[in-house]
Ligand binder design. Structure first.
Ligand code: FAD
Length: 277
């Protein structure tokens, strides 16, 4: 019997039609064997990938996969967001990952508010229950937050505004995730919270991403990865082993799903899922 809970896979939109075709025919097809709940497609800084995100989602749907666009507040004003929502509804899309977007690059001057709660409210007001709404959660606390308590309070308000489930920022400390779940329970936040999983394949890019988004790389992990830095294959093998163990711990906590940040690659994600049965 499979131990794997439902999985979802995140892509970023390729630059052009050729890249999209490669992503769908190669990467999505390979990951599709794992029967994902859905693929999600990120929305670039300041709305820069608006067309690419839409087209990638439309192409994924045409290839027979469930696909969810990320929608960050980017540089859009309210009419532009409403237009996007209507377009997605017309395309038969029924799930959106609603986000504020990274600052300052992810939030342009036309933005109508400064937090994702306002976007969730707008989507519910304009589109009712048309979309299953995913929002972001931060087990290790969002880097802009004044305190962990303030961040949890903002998360609760965003959830109460109409989110259906949450996907977390990636983390390597399962204790941080477990503690976050406990704090959510104490705050009467009861929606499904799906851990975000970042496979480890390259130290330099992992450090770059993690510094930006506030994900902690434990000291022991960083040091082993430094030792392996010039050996790509050994890094990948070690990363698969570490993330398999992290996912096993998460599964034993009873998580409702696993969301993989694939970086448009299928190899490490597939191996972790296969290890999990
Ligand atoms: P919010 O929930 O608005 O929180 C942002 C900060 O504001 C937090 O510190 C919070 O405590 C604070 N805050 C919230 N409400 C209030 C309030 N009322 N008053 C004062 N402070 C408040 N970025 C992209 O640009 N494109 C993507 O596609 C993308 N996909 C992502 C997917 C996932 C699963 C995750 C976890 C993140 C993703 N991000 C993406 C990154 C995300 O946009 C950034 O982390 C961003 O800085 C915060 O977005 P949010 O939706 O969590 O914001």
């Amino acid at each position: 019997m499979s131990r794997l809970p439902p999985v979802s896979f995140e892509f970023f939109p390729p630059r052009d039609a050729e890249g999209r075709a490669r992503l769908i025919n190669n990467v999505a097809a390979k990951l599709g064997v794992l029967n994902p709940h859905f693929f999600s497609v990120t929305y670039g800084a300041g709305g820069s990938t608006r067309d690419g995100t839409r087209q990638t989602v439309v192409d994924l749907k045409a290839a027979g996969f469930d696909a969810a666009p990320h929608l960050s507040m980017g540089n859009d004003d309210i009419p532009a967001v409403k237009q996007t929502l209507d377009d997605y509804a017309a395309q038969g899309i029924n799930r959106i990952v609603a986000l504020r977007g990274d600052q300052p690059s992810g939030v342009g001057s036309n933005r109508f508010a400064n937090n994702a709660q306002a976007l969730v409210e707008l989507i519910r007001e304009h589109s009712g229950k048309q979309f299953h709404l995913e929002v972001a959660a931060y087990p290790e606390t969002h880097p802009d937050a004044k305190s962990a308590a303030a961040d949890l309070d903002h998360f609760k308000r965003k959830v109460d505004a109409g989110a259906d489930s949450a996907i977390t920022q990636y983390f390597y400390n399962v204790d941080a995730f477990e503690n976050f779940l406990n704090r959510c329970a104490q705050a009467n936040i009861s929606l499904p919270i799906i851990p975000g999983i970042m496979p480890i394949t390259n130290l330099a890019s992992l450090v770059r991403f993690s510094d930006k988004c506030g994900a902690d790389i434990p000291r022991w992990l960083r040091y082993v990865l430094i030792d392996l830095e010039n050996d790509e294959q050994a890094t990948i093998e070690f990363g698969v082993e570490v993330m398999t163990r992290v996912c096993e711990q998460l599964i034993s906590l009873g998580v409702p799903g696993l969301h993989f940040y694939t970086l448009n690659r299928w190899g490490a994600t597939t191996r972790i899922c296969e290890n999990l049965g």
